[in-house]
Design a protein around this ligand. Structure first.
Ligand SMILES: Nc1ncnc2c1ncn2[C@@H]1O[C@H](COP(=O)(O)OP(=O)(O)OP(=O)(O)O)[C@@H](O)[C@H]1O
Length: 232
C-alpha cells in the first residue's frame, strides 16, 4: 500500500535547482535507501517531505492527502545537522522530546540509551560524535511513528558505531513502519534496504527493489552506485 506519493516535484533555492521533476511512490512497510553524493538533493527532498521546506512546484501526498499537520505528525524526521542543544543533559533532551511529541516513548528511549551506554546525566556537548550520532537515531526511533526519515544517520561516526546504529534501525523496524534513510555510505547500508532511490543533481537517476536490481544488473547496489555516480 502506498504511503507517500511525490508528483513532478521541483525545488529551487534562488537560482539553484535542488530537485528537478521528482516522481516517487513509497510503499508502507519498506526500508528505502535515498542514495546520492553530497549536494544531490537528499536533504532537500527530506525537508520538503517533512514540511520544513516548501516545494517550488509539484505535489507531496501522504496517504493520498496533501501535507498537513496530521500527516506531519506521522513522520519522525532526524535531520543530518546537529540540532540538539549542547548544554542540555541527555535526560533533559528526553524530557523535551516527551513534551514535544505525543508518540514519544520514554521507556523505549531509556532502554536504547542504556543498551548503547549513553549516560542520561551526561551533557550533550560532552558526548563523542559517535554517541551523539547514536543519541539522534535513538530519539528519532523512540517515536511510535508510521514513517521515519533519517538523514545521513551514519555520517561522522566510526565503523563500530555504524553497526550499532544499523542494529538499532533493524530492531525498531517492523512491517507497520516505513523508513527512508539517506546516505552516501552505500556498502554499509545496503544489507538493510528493500528499495533504493539514486538521486543525482536533483534528478532521480534510478529506483527500484534492491534485490531485483542486484539480480538484473548482476552487481551489488554499491557496485551499481559506483557505476551511476562515477562521473558525477
Ligand atoms: N538553503 C539553501 N540555499 C541555496 N542552496 C541550497 C540550500 N540548501 C541546499 N542548497 C543547494 O541545493 C543542492 C542540494 O543540496 P542538499 O543539501 O539537498 O543535498 P544533499 O544530497 O543532502 O547533500 P549533503 O549530503 O551534502 O547534505 C546543493 O547544490 C546545495 O548547495
Amino acid at each position: 500500500m502506498e504511503l507517500l506519493r511525490i508528483e513532478n516535484l521541483n525545488k529551487r533555492y534562488y537560482n539553484k535547482t535542488a530537485l528537478s521533476d521528482v516522481n516517487l511512490s513509497i510503499e508502507k512497510g519498506k526500508i528505502y535507501g535515498l542514495l546520492g553524493p553530497n549536494g544531490s538533493g537528499k536533504t532537500t527532498l527530506m525537508k520538503v517531505i517533512a514540511g520544513l521546506h516548501k516545494q517550488t512546484s509539484g505535489n507531496v501526498l501522504v496517504d493520498g492527502e496533501p501535507l498537513s499537520h496530521k500527516s506531519k505528525a506521522l513522520i519522525s524526521y532526524m535531520p543530518t545537522e546537529n540540532y540538539i542543544y549542547g548544554d542540555y543533559k541527555v535526560k533533559h533532551v528526553i524530557r523535551f522530546y516527551k513534551d514535544m511529541y505525543e508518540d514519544f516513548q520514554e521507556d523505549t528511549a531509556l532502554k536504547i540509551l542504556n543498551g548503547i551506554k549513553v549516560d542520561t546525566e551526561f551533557r550533550v556537548s560532552k558526548l563523542s560524535s559517535g554517541l551523539t550520532g547514536k543519541l539522534k537515531v535513538a530519539l528519532a526511533l523512540s517515536r511510535n511513528a508510521e514513517f521515519y526519515m533519517l538523514d545521513e544517520p551514519l555520517n561522522g561516526v566510526d565503523v563500530l558505531s555504524r553497526d550499532v546504529i544499523m542494529d538499532l534501525i533493524m530492531k525498531s523496524y517492523n512491517e507497520n513502519k516505513t523508513m527512508i534513510i539517506s546516505t552516501h555510505l552505500v556498502s554499509e547500508i545496503e544489507k538493510i534496504l528493500d528499495s533504493v532511490i539514486f538521486l543525482k543533481d536533483g534528478v532521480i537517476e534510478l529506483q527500484g527493489d534492491a534485490e531485483e536490481l542486484r539480480l538484473s544488473k548482476g552487481m551489488s547496489v554499491e557496485g551499481l552506485y559506483k557505476e551511476v555516480f562515477r562521473n558525477a
